[in-house]
Ligand binder design. Structure first.
Ligand code: F6R
Length: 618
């Protein structure tokens, strides 16, 4: 969702902010803007502000040949919440007197009463946004005799209910940026005589690897003269902790691929290998995971696992349900975080909540873990983004190590989540004495062979391109699978709909008879996952039912299969593996298929309409 970038230093500021905005585009947005403070004593008076509906390229066109100057500037990509995506609602927003400019991610929940009371005191507003209310509130507090910007921001945020990451610049303090956060991430980059501010590290990594992750309810004043000072909203001094950024530039570049999504699909052999590295010791037949090993007793005694997540991460949670039941024999519930957080769930001592999130910032998942922790659960995070909010708030956890995922549609993060969850289920099964040594050892061998098997699936891309051509213009599609492949069917449908805008549904194959079968005709592609596993014969029966009704079957089958293949117009083969690991393979053909259909339909693959990479509002 919205993206924040800020810079304080001597570099040419506009190109730096624009580049930062481009780096943030993947988060999803519908307008963009920048504001730069002119230098004291110079010819330029007042904030240099540019904002535009549309893409960063539209903003660049709007700026044209203007050459704003200054050492402090902020930029923003906005994903509309309060008010339509248009030029006026785009950030930055200015104070009534034009002295301050502010950018904001998140939602100010009490903006109505704040706005009303400000209006009663004479403030007028140009936009429909909650953000403009905040900058007016800061302006009003700043007008109090002796108040500085740092204090004004702190006092204003103390009145705010909601989630925010903000950055403010002040024409009367041209070498300063003040930032603050609560439930929305903010990273500060510390360079040599320069500072960077961003929602995530992608705009920063090019310039410095020294970063400070601002914590919840912290406010920072960054000054070229005085350096970095952090205080809490409660006015306690915080000593900044500088951390080394674990990110390489190549991870956020397309590296010769046409889209990030395609690059990330092809990265999966490596991302799975990275995820297993150091955790699976084939020679010793062991799984080592600090997040589990440090809490052996808790896992041994656990009475239930509740998995929470959203979207693709929720699908990984569904795979986890099968894994935990098979290997660890623990009762599992898988919950949409958005529903779970507003229910009144019964959480008992001994319950472990696994929160799955690529970004580690999803608002609903974050709220769900906070609620579960308050009720006494231990929170185990499965996140991709290192240092993200969920990763930091979890009691223990395991990173997926998939590397930055820039394409909005989640691909390598999903398979890495499934790989981590398989390791967790195996390790916990071992601790609880629920898995025999032979099965355990065989699973480790199978896991280690996944990267190589993925390569052989990726090598079939041309076959998948041909299938994509045959079905790109279908208005609807159905994805069916059973057992471990039921979540794969859901994930296949989600991938197709989110990037191609084709209506697609995923179902357990046997459920077809209870409704979706009515949709089947000769125009309807039905994508089956019919790998040779425990459900193979049953799935083949379901395929026959579709075939009998004239449905067009495309099937993901095990290499060498003839039975399911004979019922299909097209097949994509995946190598044989253990049933529990099939999702790691069978998902990939659907990722490639969705990608190529979206390309054929000329969709914006990496930034599909209306979607955001990191859903930081509920
Ligand atoms: C789909 C997709 C989304 C995310 C969901 C949760 O391709 O990416 O459905 O999976 O928004 O995001 P995270 O995993 O960051 O919590």
């Amino acid at each position: 969702m919205c993206g924040i970038v800020g810079y304080l230093g001597e570099r040419p500021i506009l190109p730096l902010l624009i580049k930062g905005l481009h780096r943030l585009e993947y988060r999803g947005y519908d307008s963009a803007g920048v504001a730069i403070v002119p230098q004291a004593g110079g010819d330029i008076k007042g904030l240099q502000l540019f904002k535009k509906k549309g893409k960063v390229a539209d903003l660049v066109a709007e700026i044209g040949s203007a050459e704003p100057q200054g050492r402090a500037g902020i930029g923003h990509t906005r994903w509309a919440t309060h008010g339509a995506p248009n030029d006026v609602n785009a950030h930055p927003h200015l104070s009534g007197n034009g002295r301050l400019a502010l950018i904001h991610n998140g939602i100010i929940e009490n903006f109505h009463p704040l706005k009303e009371s400000l209006a009663q005191r004479g403030h007028t507003f140009e936009s429909e946004t909650d953000t403009e209310v905040l900058v007016h509130l800061i302006e009003e507090i700043l007008a109090i005799e002796g108040c500085d910007l740092f204090t004004a921001v702190r006092n204003a945020l103390a009145e705010v209910v909601g989630a925010y990451a903000i950055a403010v610049i002040d024409t009367q303090d041209p070498d300063v940026i003040v930032v603050g956060r609560k439930s929305s991430p903010l990273v500060l980059g510390i360079g040599d005589g320069e500072y960077f501010v961003a929602s995530d590290a992608t705009p920063i990594v090019e310039y410095t690897k020294n970063v400070v992750y601002l914590e919840d309810e912290e406010i920072a004043r960054i000054s070229l003269q005085d350096g970095l000072k952090i205080r809490t909203i409660g006015n306690h001094t915080v000593t900044p902790v500088v951390e080394a950024l674990e990110m390489e530039m190549e991870a956020i570049e397309k590296g010769g691929y046409e889209h990030f999504m395609l690059k990330e699909i092809h990265e999966q052999p490596r991302s799975i290998a990275d995820c297993l590295r150091g955790r699976v010791r084939l020679d010793h037949g062991v799984v080592r995971m600090a997040g589990i090993d440090d809490h052996c007793e808790m896992w041994t005694a656990a009475s239930r696992v509740i998995v929470v997540g959203c979207g693709t991460s929720w699908h990984a949670g569904l795979v986890a349900e099968y894994l935990f039941e098979d290997f660890a024999r623990i009762p599992v519930e898988v919950e949409y975080a958005s529903e779970f957080r507003y229910r009144n769930p019964v959480i008992n001592k001994g319950d472990i909540v696994i929160a799955i999130s690529q970004s580690g910032e999803t608002a609903d998942t974050l709220a769900a873990i906070r609620m579960a922790r308050e009720r006494g659960a231990h929170i185990f995070g499965v996140c991709n983004v290192v240092g993200s909010s969920i990763a930091r708030e979890a009691d223990s956890g395991a990173y997926t190590h998939a590397g930055p995922e820039i394409g909005v549609a989640s691909t390598k993060a999903f398979t890495a989540q499934v790989a981590v969850l398989a390791l967790v289920a195996l390790r916990v099964g071992e601790l609880r004495g629920k898995i025999d040594g032979a099965t355990f050892g065989r699973m480790l061998v199978e896991l280690q062979s996944v990267p190589e098997k993925l390569e052989s699936i990726l090598a079939q891309e041309q076959t998948i391109v041909e299938i994509a051509k045959a079905y790109a213009h279908a208005p609807n599609a159905l994805f069916l699978g059973r057992g471990y492949n039921f979540p794969v069917a859901l994930e296949g449908a989600l991938k197709l709909k989110e990037i191609s805008y084709i209506h697609a549904e995923g179902y357990p194959a046997a459920e077809m008879k209870h409704g979706p079968i009515a949709l089947i005709d000769e125009d309807m592609p039905i994508f089956f996952v019919a790998t040779q596993d425990a459900h193979y014969e049953k799935v083949v029966s379901n395929m026959q039912e579709v075939k009998a009704r004239g449905g067009r079957i495309i099937a993901v089958v095990t290499r060498g299969d003839t039975h399911a293949a004979a019922l299909s117009e097209h097949i994509i083969e995946v190598p044989k593996t253990a049933d529990a690991l099939v999702p790691l393979l069978s998902t990939v053909p659907f990722q490639l298929l969705s990608y190529h259909i979206a390309v054929l339909l000329k969709r914006d693959v990496d930034q599909p309409r209306n979607l955001a990479k990191s859903v930081t509002v509920e």
